[in-house]
Design a protein around this ligand. Structure first.
Ligand SMILES: Nc1ncnc2c1ncn2[C@@H]1O[C@H](COP(=O)(O)OP(=O)(O)OP(=O)(O)O)[C@@H](O)[C@H]1O
Ligand SMILES: [Mg+2]
Length: 457
């Protein structure tokens, strides 16, 4: 399929010739009837079509043209069709847009104006094409790690390489960057038979942390009514994940170091030396070297836990990952809420790209989760996400992945206007028609189309 192919459909050979000449920057195809147009679409999949609605055998009305429009979109829904109508023929133009035409243009033809509309249609087509490419080229998840960023893919390759080595890995990254996800991937790919056991060293009070890690014997201290195995022992033949190791108190750092040197533990209150085989993965968002300089972290322990360092880049350093991940979470939470068809609007994408994401993937995940619940229609907006779209984002320039089509945006705007008018007019349809500047029958058909409840006539 070509991004430069333009099909001109008109029964007037003079017009076709003139346009062919003025669109010499494109690969121009022509057709003078509905059948000929369909043949061209099937064979060449043009990105953009200009379609005269008055086609033979009924050149004086739009029936043949509208039929051609529907059939073209059925064959190639991604095609941008610009309908060309007679001067006084606004009604058919609007109907054509309702059927999925990208835009309309009224005769007499001014090649320059039509040229701009065609150029915009190509630009939108290219964006959507890029979007489809991104969506389909996304690598299958690597142990649940979704990314399109080369920096993050390098992290995945590193994880793959070191997972089987048994080396102690220190995972560094700001909060919410996916440290635990990486730790789990290291375990999943390690081939180790035991389980993955995680403990957050920053969240447990110092006096409890020791028995959490090493376990205790019955009667070791008040309240120790039975023997309890510690996390280290539970991770035997598996992986022990010490999260927030940078927050581990000094006293326990000494004990952990001894375990790492001798690979045996003693439960609190016990005498037996129990050999344990664990693979150690640690994580912290802290600057451990600074903690060492401040005397808060033991240097010898640091070298033990840090045979290999995996550094996870912040979300804002990962190209377009924010958009890719937003789409990923939209899929997950949309599915969970029964809203599979939700898409990111152009302003949402622009806002996601501009947001600093100091809370990284966790912040993004939470914002998308919230938006899935808040979104009114099929399109998630920056407002639903609770973040600011940068100025000028609403015209959609430069917005890529997940872009809602113009038609969807129009639908959405129409639906919102209709609901607002319904509310303002307290359900009085004559009033709604007046507010929106359309006829009552149009209001009826819009209500039906958008599945909205009408009020009184
Ligand atoms: N690349 C990714 N692909 C898919 N989901 C991700 C990715 N990175 C992070 N997540 C998800 O984001 C959330 C935060 O990730 P995780 O808990 O691993 O981060 P963390 O660095 O350990 O965070 P914290 O510092 O808050 O402990 C999780 O729900 C995780 O599943
Ligand atoms: Mg974590």
């Amino acid at each position: 399929m070509s991004g430069r192919r333009l099909l001109l459909v008109d029964d007037d050979p003079g017009i076709l010739r003139g346009l062919t000449w003025s669109f010499d920057g494109y690969e121009v195809l022509t057709a003078d009837s509905r059948e000929a147009a369909l043949r061209q679409v099937r064979a060449h999949r043009p990105a953009v079509v200009t379609l005269d609605l008055g086609l033979p055998p009924s050149a004086d009305d739009a029936t043949e043209g509208l039929r051609a429009l529907e059939e073209i979109l059925a064959i190639a829904p991604e095609t941008k069709v610009i309908v060309v109508t007679g001067n006084e023929d606004r009604r058919n133009a609007v109907q054509a847009v309702g059927l999925g035409a990208y835009d309309f243009y009224q005769k007499p033809i001014d090649a320059e104006v039509l040229g701009m509309i065609v150029a915009r249609a190509f630009a939108l087509y290219d964006l959507e094409e890029e979007n489809r490419r991104l969506a389909s080229s996304r690598r299958p998840d690597f142990c649940g790690i979704v990314t399109a960023s080369p920096a993050m893919q390098q992290v995945c390759r590193m994880v793959e390489k070191v997972s089987r080595s048994g080396a102690s890995v220190l995972v560094l990254g700001d909060s919410g960057t996916g440290k635990e996800l990486v730790a789990r991937a290291l375990h999943d790919l390690s081939g180790r038979k035991g389980t993955f056991v995680a403990i957050n060293c920053g969240a447990i009070p110092e006096n409890l942390l020791e028995s959490e890690l090493f376990g205790h014997e019955k009667g070791a201290f008040t309240g120790a009514v039975r023997q309890v195995k510690g996390k280290i022992e539970c991770a035997h033949r598996g992986t022990l994940f010490l999260d927030e190791i940078g927050d581990m108190p000094m006293t326990l750092q000494v004990k952990l170091l001894r375990f790492l040197q001798e690979r045996v533990i003693e439960r609190v209150g016990g005498r037996d030396q129990i050999p344990v085989d664990v693979r150690l993965v640690c994580a912290t968002h802290r600057d451990v070297e600074k903690r060492i300089a401040e005397g808060l972290f033991r240097e010898d322990l640091y070298y033990r836990i840090n045979e290999i360092t995996v550094r996870i880049p912040a979300l804002r350093e990962r190209d377009d990952d924010a958009v890719v991940l937003a789409r990923h979470f939209l899929g997950i939470y949309g599915e969970a809420q029964g809203r599979k068809r939700l898409k990111l609007g152009a302003d949402a994408i622009a806002a996601i790209r501009a947001h600093p994401w100091s809370g990284n993937v966790r912040e993004l995940e939470n914002k998308v989760k919230r938006a899935v619940i808040l979104a009114d229609g099929p399109v998630v907006t920056a407002f639903d996400l609770g973040i600011q779209a940068p100025a000028g984002a609403e015209d959609g320039d430069g917005a890529g992945g997940g872009l809602a089509t113009l038609r969807e945006l129009r639908d959405e705007a129409e639906r919102r206007a209709l609901s607002a008018a319904l509310a303002a007019a307290d359900g009085n349809l004559s009033e709604v028609a007046k507010l929106l500047g359309v006829s009552r029958p149009t209001v009826y058909s819009l209500l039906k189309q958008h599945n909205l409840q009408g009020g009184t006539a």
